[in-house]
Ligand binder design. Structure first.
Ligand SMILES: NC(=O)c1ccc[n+]([C@@H]2O[C@H](COP(=O)([O-])OP(=O)(O)OC[C@H]3O[C@@H](n4cnc5c(N)ncnc54)[C@H](OP(=O)(O)O)[C@@H]3O)[C@@H](O)[C@H]2O)c1
Length: 214
């Protein structure tokens, strides 16, 4: 598949490299074509990696990963061009976090709304699937834990899009659970706060969620 990665941070680079490892063609986008992190990422991948603006990456892609700082996300979508998302799967990895000095991050919206729903409203013609937001980037690809594969919960309104995302999650080494429509992002985004809070409390960042059954 042709994959567009909107975002040059840790999440964007990890997922971009993961999709290349899985045999896909990946174009990463940034505000700045010369973004040093993006250029360094591209140099590491001799084949199937390219770079450009947010619009270049969105236009190139059949499937797009949204990996942006929440406060810049609407701006990124505008720069990428809303028509470049039409009919495409958009995997929303973002968390709508507010950062304040000397305070833990908090959600900018929740309970009756979510970042995932906001992204779907900004892009009504895209098939938004929320995934990957509940774990640190170091464990997004091939997560190895003594207790077996962790669980990635995901949600979205389009069944076929969710099936594609489920296949990606399986290829990445996750057990995955579809929790329903994009409103499920109201449940997934607070899990990020729990994940970060546990890390801050214990000083460890090697954890992930798993649903146990019997
Ligand atoms: N870090 C993690 O382990 C982790 C785990 C789960 C979920 N998440 C979520 O995933 C998302 C990405 O996180 P990250 O840590 O990889 O990177 P990040 O630092 O949160 O975001 C980096 C990206 O945001 C863009 N950006 C920032 N401000 C902007 C603005 N005003 N206008 C346009 N673009 C702007 C940057 O563009 P340029 O390329 O132009 O600089 C860059 O591509 C976040 O929403 C985060 O909450 C992170």
């Amino acid at each position: 598949m042709r994959v567009g990665i909107l975002g040059t941070g840790d999440v964007g680079r990890v997922l971009a490299s993961a999709m290349i490892a899985e045999g896909h063609e990946v174009k990463m986008g940034s505000r700045d074509r010369e973004n040093p992190k993006m250029q360094e990422w591209a140099k590491k991948h001799a084949q199937r990696a390219s770079t450009g603006t947010f619009a270049d990456a969105a236009e190139f892609a059949e499937i797009i990963f949204l990996c942006t700082l929440w406060s810049g996300t609407e701006n990124v979508i505008e720069m990428a061009g809303t028509s470049n998302f039409r009919g495409k799967i958009l995997i929303d990895t973002t968390n709508p976090l507010v950062f304040e000095p000397n305070k833990p991050p908090r959600l900018a919206l929740g309970q009756t709304d979510s970042g995932g729903e906001q992204v779907q409203r900004w892009l009504p013609d895209a098939k938004v699937v929320k995934a990957f937001n509940i774990v640190g980037n170091a464990h997004m690809y091939k997560p190895h834990f003594p207790g077996g594969p962790p669980t990635m919960f995901y949600c979205g309104n389009d069944a076929a899009a969710k099936k594609t995302v489920q296949n990606i999650l399986t290829s990445f080494g996750w057990e995955s659970i579809d929790i329903g429509s994009i409103e499920g992002a109201r449940l997934l985004e607070p899990l990020c706060i729990l994940w970060v809070g546990y890390g801050a409390q214990t000083g460890t960042w090697n954890h992930a969620f798993k649903l146990l059954r019997k």
